[in-house]
Design a protein around this ligand. Structure first.
Ligand code: T4K
Length: 378
């Protein structure tokens, strides 16, 4: 079987949306004029309002990264002892707990959404458990009502890692009381749908938690001569805020273009036994992820990944390895019995999905997948 023509240049899984340089430079002019580079300056304040409006509920603080927001949130929530956490996430979610001396206790995930399964959480709560940390995976929302019910029964606080979830207003945040948990964090890393190069945010509906988050972000300082708590430096600089302000205006166009790409992928990948689309077809479009059942598909996810790589398609195995299988965590008793998450980590594959690619590119990637499915190898 003849090999189709590979991409001449690598087609990466993500590519940051970049504003016209002039738009960014216009904002930099303001930075130069004020000579305020950081410490919650005017552009930071503008972006904080704009991001908060887009989220549409709670109070939002901007951070230097999603990971910094996670650390600040864990401090604000006063987690200690152990926290029940999803293993199916980027390592940052689990590392933030471990770095603060908290034992991550893994629970299994739901087979459809790949988000933390409330029933499994209930079996992992211990006497020293103080919270739950759950990730909205590829933009699919956790069962926030189910987790809220368990948290309320066990007197736990809930932290959502919404790193993938900043999107169209209302798309992620339906009118569901439990949706934000106690705090939800976001990542604005360059690889995200909306980015500030590096950055993040934290949103809460609890004014006291918002106050603690802001203390944690800025050394605990409340006045020139007053430090009220232990805090680190999680502030977003003016240069990053300028990037965010100029990228924010592109977000709706980016979403429309991704919707077109998702439709092309869905059409090209339909009716392929053993392949299912995990996310990318709904309202939130952070990644386009397929899942490979090796028995029905006739090859493993890793074999498909190798074929795509050979064709210069830089697919990524988000999230593999499972966090519970990483060196710092594999010895934990809770790392063992996670059949649903472990299977998912072996089967998921993120395909290139960004506006640096055309619908024709997406159709070509889909055709490579079909070619591989029918036995083609480079
Ligand atoms: N929680 C969750 C659930 C997360 O997914 C993440 C981050 C976090 C928390 C932590 O948030 P941050 O502290 O990062 O704000 C990437 C990102 O670095 C990471 O932010 C992201 N999740 C994770 C899913 O993906 P890598 O190591 O896969 O990135 P990298 O450098 O291989 O980039 C992927 C592709 O993107 C490259 O092949 C090329 C392209 N790319 C990348 C960068 C950085 C560009 O075209 N331009 C760029 O500037 O982790």
């Amino acid at each position: 079987m003849n090999s189709p023509e590979r991409f001449a240049e690598p087609l990466y899984v993500s590519k940051p949306a970049l504003p016209p340089l002039a738009d960014y430079v216009a904002l930099l002019d303001e930075v130069w004029a004020s000579s305020t580079l950081t410490n919650l300056g005017p552009l930071h304040q503008r972006l904080e309002v704009a991001v908060g409006e887009r989220i549409g509920r709670g109070a939002t603080s901007l951070w230097s990264s999603g990971t910094a927001a996670l650390v600040g949130a864990i401090q604000a929530l006063r987690f200690q002892g152990s926290v029940v956490v999803t293993p199916f996430t980027f390592p940052a979610t689990v590392h933030a707990l471990a770095a603060l001396g908290i034992e991550p206790v893994f629970a299994d995930v739901d087979p459809e959404t790949l988000t933390l399964d409330p029933a499994s959480v209930a079996t992992r709560i211990r006497a020293d458990t103080t919270g739950v940390a759950a990730t909205h995976v590829y933009g699919a929302l956790c069962d926030t009502d189910g987790l809220a019910a368990i948290a309320s029964d066990a007197n736990l606080r809930v932290l959502y890692d919404g790193a993938h979830s900043f999107s169209r207003p209302g798309a992620l945040f339906p009118d569901r009381d439990s949706v934000l948990g106690d705090i939800t964090i976001f990542s604005f890393h360059a690889t995200k749908l909306f980015h500030t190069a590096e950055g993040g945010a934290a949103t809460t509906e609890d004014p006291e938690l918002d106050r603690r988050l802001r203390l944690a972000r800025n050394f605990g300082i409340t006045a020139e001569d007053r430090v009220e708590g232990v805090g680190l430096n999680g502030k977003m600089s003016e240069l990053h805020a300028a990037m965010g302000l100029s990228v924010l205006s592109l977000l709706d166009v980016e979403l429309e273009q991704r919707r077109v790409l998702a439709a092309v992928y869905l059409e090209g990948l339909t009716d392929l036994p053993g392949l299912s689309v995990v996310a990318g077809a709904g309202e939130n479009l952070p990644y386009f992820v397929v899942r490979i059942d090796p028995t029905e598909f006739g090859s493993t996810r890793d074999e498909l990944h190798a074929t795509l790589r050979a064709m210069n398609v830089m697919s990524r195995r988000y999230f593999f390895p499972l966090c519970a299988d990483l060196d710092p965590y594999r010895h934990l008793p809770s790392a063992r019995d996670l059949p649903v998450a472990r299977r998912a980590a072996d089967e998921v594959l993120a395909l290139p999905f960004h506006t640096g690619m055309s619908p024709v590119d997406a159709a070509r990637v889909a055709s490579f997948v079909r070619w591989h499915r029918s036995g083609g190898r480079p």
